[in-house]
Design a protein around this ligand. Sequence first.
Ligand code: 13P
Length: 253
Amino acid sequence: MRNQIAAANWKMNLTYQQAEKLLDEILKAQIELSTHQQVIFAVPAPYLTMAKSEVGRDKNFFIAAQNCHHKKSGAFTGEISAEMLQSLGIKYCVIGHSERREYFQETHAMLADKMDQCLENFITPIFCCGEPLSIRESGTQNEYVAQQLKDSLFHLSAAQVQSIIIAYEPIWAIGTGKTATTEQAQEIHAFLRSVISSQYGQDTADTIPILYGGSVKAGNAAELFACPDVDGGLVGGASLVAQDFITIIKALK
Ligand code: 13P
């Protein structure tokens, strides 16, 4: 079975003390997980080391950065490189979140370079894609997300693509309380897998976890995760509440 993943994206939330408490509460729940089930916390950069030490050697729990720079190193004040993340022992990094694309003008080409930086540093990228409301309303969401994959992923080898995670996050469902229906989620996840398959073959497409993100909550996670092509979630708001995120983790297939 493909890995099933509950990923928390804390975004720019929580003080250090609140972050420690939240992690502590979730870890104390001692949720029983199978080897194919993983929990990833994408935490603010200043908390990476603390969070990594909190999860310790637990084989199901991992820490992710929320972003890295697209260049290897240099005069980029305030930025964080993939190599720096690797030197901290961080194994995952969110790439191309819609908030980064929109507010920080991240282009397809920059994201392609970020993918390279992650993979060169043995970091698994969680590559985000997803359409805005206007595209969904015009019915061209498939073309839109396919282009996102083509422009930022298709320079990679099949072996490299096999090691990534994709997160489909419809922008109209992020932080809005609106969720894609299970039919909408399954349909576009299957489509994304077919785009990967047409470029890299079915075997490669079948190995890649595709997470759903956009108002995943304790009350809808099980239904969404039950879809055959939905391999878990990338969760914003609900990942900030211990009991809600515990319920979401328990909803993994
Ligand atoms: P919400 O779960 O708050 O809608 O955020 C989704 C998201 O952007 C996760 O990356």
